[in-house]
Design a protein around this ligand. Sequence first.
Ligand code: GLP
Length: 625
Amino acid sequence: MKFCRSEQEQYEKIPVEIFADSSGATRQLAAEIAALIKERNGAGRPAVLGLATGSTPVPLYRELIRLHREEGLSFQQVVTFNLDEYYPVGDDHRESYHRFMAEQLFNHVDIPASNIHIPDGNVPRDSVFETCRNYETAIEAAGGIDLQVLGIGMTGHIGFNEPGSGRDSRTRLITLDRITRRDAARDFLGLENVPRYAITMGVGTILQARRIVLMAWGQGKAAIVARAVEGPASDAVSASFLQHHARAAFYIDQPAAAALTRIKHPWLVGAETWEPPEIRNAVCWLAGRLEKPVLKLLDEEYNENGMASLLAEQGPAYTLNIRIFNELQHTITGWPGGKPGADDTHRPERALPFPKRVLVFSPEPSDDAAGLGGTLDRLVSQGHDVQVVYQTSGNLAVPDSQAATFARFLLESARARSTGWEEQVRYGESLLKDLEEKGPFGVDSRRLRDLKGLIRRGEARESARILGLDPERLIFLDLPFYEAGRYRRFSLTGADTAAIGMVLDRCQPHQIYATGKLADPSSVPAQCFNALAEALRQRENHSWRQTCTGWLYSAHDRQLEPHQIGMAVPLSPDQLSRKLQAIGKHPSQQTQFAQTGEPDQQTARRYDRLGLAEYEAIEAFERWF
Ligand code: GLP
């Protein structure tokens, strides 16, 4: 079925509501759920909800809990069916969806245990088929699902319906996709711990729900959301089958909407207002599409590609091309802290003051090297006063095997001393005992988390040395939200903002680098960004704040598009190899992220193709303030 509400949405085959942020979206959905519960209960029937797991629904569950506590919403007459469960896992596994649902919702509302249904990930292999069939029967017996809540995986899956899942598939055992397992690796503290299978409701089961709302947050989801909404309905992206449902909708935040045509290429769907960033976007898009440098674009090419109004307003092509070319050209600078003694009218950063006090905020040790290692290198060698602030310790991301190596080394060197090191011996022994007792999925003791944090501090210092940065200039904040939390379950408090605020007050920076603005709101970078943004907001009127500039970098997420770039810092082959060396000084992270120069080289290639100078690599920044 083709859905289209307006000219702007003509490419969208599912209704999409774009919200400023996830809280607006979840408030609206929670209100709809509350109304449904009351309406069904009023008619003497339970409301049947289909529920999802992952980070995405966490804010929804928080809002439902609030409605229960503060507004008396009762779940006594609510029946729930969860989409899926890993297989094989026990209910008490810390990453099981049973545990997740208990911790995130069920333990905090008045739902009777007998009303809760989650596929059993613990049944023997030869009972799986029967379990799945019984799950379908239970849904039918409950009268079908009134409202199904969904998230979307990076493979476009709903539930765990990986690519290849048919439109009519039912509840069944499925093999998890490589990408899905990689995405879950952090939660499971290592890829090797992620189960290979899952039991999931089928696409057909999901489509039978009377109402479906899929939520998605953060720029990481933008591309897959656009494919599901605007692409063909096919088993390559199981969420695209929602196009066949009469009452399905997507509730997404702005970063997750970024790849929809109405946002990415608004001129293609009738938007006629040409604001400067959009003009640059359109010109770069046209150049990319025609594989031509900006300066060679012709009048007729603008006309033939939906930009006649732009040309009429700002043309001819010759003038427009030169203007955009110059704008792009002016983003390039080898002086990220400003070039002293040079005219800075067209430079991204002001020349004075020089040297600048620069604060680089890095959510975890290693984000700085990966995101702006080359720029750090330049800032330091150009004489600026640079400090790197590691917002979290990053200790959750250290595999047990690394901790064990350090603990064994410590123990061995302590034992090699004849006397006076008994305490160190005991410490080493207790670390190894903690590791053994908790097993691969257990929660780390405080002692272990501290050790893992120290490992990352050591890596950060080695990495800084490569970039010419004195390790004394590193600040480790170990923000409390991270130390108290787990992936997907972090929540910021005033203590986080206060810790960042103290650094700002002490340094009074002229320039700030940060990341995480568009990230999934539950992720570590997003939490870190929000804490920093709040600390800055509280200091809006401070005098240093009036002249301070803020730049956003991307560490492990999507690279900026040319039209978003406010500052492009070229790296020579030598600088790139130093950056890679610095990244390589984080061995505990080797399995987490690809450690190549590819993203920066790709940015350089894109600039080259637009007709700008050809560099080995470019680190790109978006202007924040
Ligand atoms: C898992 C779940 C899905 C969920 C997806 C995305 O694969 N089975 O139901 O939508 O993860 O997770 P997140 O919301 O954390 O991005």
